[in-house]
Design a protein around this ligand. Structure first.
Ligand code: DGJ
Length: 369
C-alpha cells in the first residue's frame, strides 16, 4: 500500500503541468522526446505526435518515424517506432536515407492512418527531393511504406491556362544562368522550374498535410529548388495526389510550412531557407486553399522574434476549445535544431493569439492550459 502511494506521489510529482519551450521534454520513460520536424494527429481522445527520430551524431535517418501519445499534450507516452527505416539495400527508405517532417492524417472512409514525409534517397544528399507515403491500421503503427516519388508528373498547376502555357513554351533555361536577376525572378514566377520538372515530377521537400472541414486533404511542400511552395490536393484515400495543385509565392524561398484555418481564412507560417540555422518566420493568408495567398509580416513577438525564437516552424495544432488560460485555440510548433547533436534538438510550442485580426506568436518561457 505504502509503495503504491509512494509510486503515485512520484508520478504526480513528475507530471508536467506547463509547456516550457526550448527545454528538455522528457517522455514517460524520462528520456527527451525524439520526434523532430513533427506533427500531431488527434484520434479519439488521444493526441499522437509523430516526428523524425534523430541520432546523436547524424541527421540521417537511422531509425525512422517515432510516435508518442498523450491526452493532455504535456505528458507523452513513448509508443516506439511507427515507421521503421529498412535494412534492404536499395530500398527507398534504406537506413541512412534522409526522412524528414512526417505528418499523419486519418482517413475515415478507408479507416487507415496515412503518413506522408519528405524523403531523400541514401547517399544522394538532397537531390532526390521526393515525398514518401506509408499506411497503418492503427494510429501508432506499424506503418507500411508504400512508395516515394516526385509530385504531379505531367500535370500543370491549376492556374496555368492557355496564356500561361504559351508563355511557358517560350521559357528557355539556358537564358537564365544567373539567379536572382529580375528576368530570372520573372521566369521562375512564370514556371521555369515547373517546366523543367514537368516530365519527371515536381521536387518535394519540406512538407505538411492539411485536412479541410469538407474532408479534402492537401499536401503542402517546398518545390522548384525550394523556391516555390506547392499545395496539392490528395485523392479520397489520402494516399496519392489528385493532380490538382497550385503554387504559392514563386521564388519566395519558403520552407517548413505549417497551416491552419481560422474563421474561414487559411493562415500559413513558413521559414526562409537557411539550412539548420534559424531565420525570420513568414506568414501568408488566403480566403481559399487555392489562394490568392497574400504575405504578411513576421507573426513572432518577443526575444529573438526575428529568428523565430531560434526555431523553425513544423506544425500548427488546432484545439477544439479555447485554452482556458490564454485566448487561443491553436498551438504553433517549431524545432530548435542542433545539427551537431541532432537528438538534442528542442521544441517550441506557443499559443497563437490574434491581434488586429491577424495571428501572432508571442514568446512565453512557460505557459499552462
Ligand atoms: C531546413 C529544413 O526545414 C529541414 O527540414 C532540413 O531539411 C534542413 N533544412 C537541412 O539543412
Amino acid at each position: 500500500m505504502l509503495a503504491l502511494l509512494l509510486a503515485m506521489t512520484t508520478m504526480a510529482q513528475n507530471e508536467r503541468r506547463t509547456i516550457r519551450s526550448g527545454e528538455l521534454w522528457p517522455d514517460n520513460t524520462g528520456t527527451h522526446i525524439n520526434a523532430h520536424g513533427g506533427g500531431i494527429m488527434k484520434y479519439g481522445d488521444t493526441y499522437y505526435w509523430f516526428g523524425e527520430h534523430k541520432s546523436d551524431h547524424t541527421s540521417d535517418a537511422l531509425v525512422g518515424v517515432t510516435c508518442y501519445a498523450s491526452t493532455d499534450l504535456r505528458n507523452w507516452r513513448n509508443c516506439g517506432v511507427a515507421l521503421s527505416v529498412s535494412d534492404e539495400r536499395g530500398s527507398d527508405i534504406e537506413r541512412g536515407c534522409i526522412l524528414e517532417r512526417p505528418k499523419v492524417i486519418y482517413n475515415p472512409i478507408t479507416k487507415k492512418f496515412c503518413m506522408w514525409f519528405h524523403l531523400e534517397l541514401k547517399g544522394r544528399g538532397y537531390d532526390a527531393a521526393r515525398y514518401g507515403v506509408a499506411v497503418a491500421n492503427r494510429p501508432e503503427g506499424p506503418y507500411k511504406f508504400l512508395y516515394s516519388q516526385r509530385a504531379n508528373a505531367g500535370t500543370w498547376p491549376i492556374e496555368f491556362g492557355e496564356k500561361e502555357l504559351a508563355t511557358i513554351d517560350t521559357l528557355n533555361a539556358a537564358h537564365f544562368k544567373e539567379s536572382w536577376t529580375p528576368a530570372w525572378h520573372k521566369a521562375v514566377d512564370e514556371g521555369l522550374f515547373v517546366k523543367r520538372d514537368f516530365g519527371t515530377g515536381q521536387m518535394s521537400r519540406d512538407m505538411t498535410l492539411y485536412v479541410d472541414d469538407d474532408g479534402k486533404a492537401y499536401h503542402i511542400f517546398s518545390s522548384e529548388e525550394n523556391l516555390t511552395l506547392h499545395i496539392a490536393e490528395l485523392t479520397g484515400d489520402y494516399l496519392h495526389h489528385s493532380g490538382r495543385y497550385t503554387r504559392v509565392a514563386p521564388a519566395g524561398h519558403n520552407e517548413a510550412p505549417a497551416i491552419f484555418k481560422h474563421e474561414g481564412t487559411y493562415w500559413m507560417i513558413t521559414s526562409g531557407c537557411t539550412g539548420w540555422a534559424p531565420n525570420e518566420a513568414r506568414m501568408f493568408s488566403a480566403p481559399s486553399i487555392w489562394g490568392p495567398w497574400k504575405q504578411h509580416p513576421n507573426p513572432c513577438r518577443g526575444p529573438k522574434a526575428e529568428l523565430t525564437f531560434g526555431g523553425q516552424s513544423t506544425y500548427i495544432l488546432p484545439l477544439n476549445t479555447k485554452l482556458s488560460t490564454i485566448n487561443s485555440q491553436y498551438i504553433f510548433m517549431a524545432d530548435i535544431w542542433r545539427p551537431r547533436h541532432p537528438s538534442d534538438a528542442r521544441y517550441i510550442w506557443l499559443p497563437i493569439e490574434f491581434e488586429d485580426g491577424k495571428p501572432i506568436v508571442r514568446w512565453r518561457d512557460e505557459w499552462a492550459f
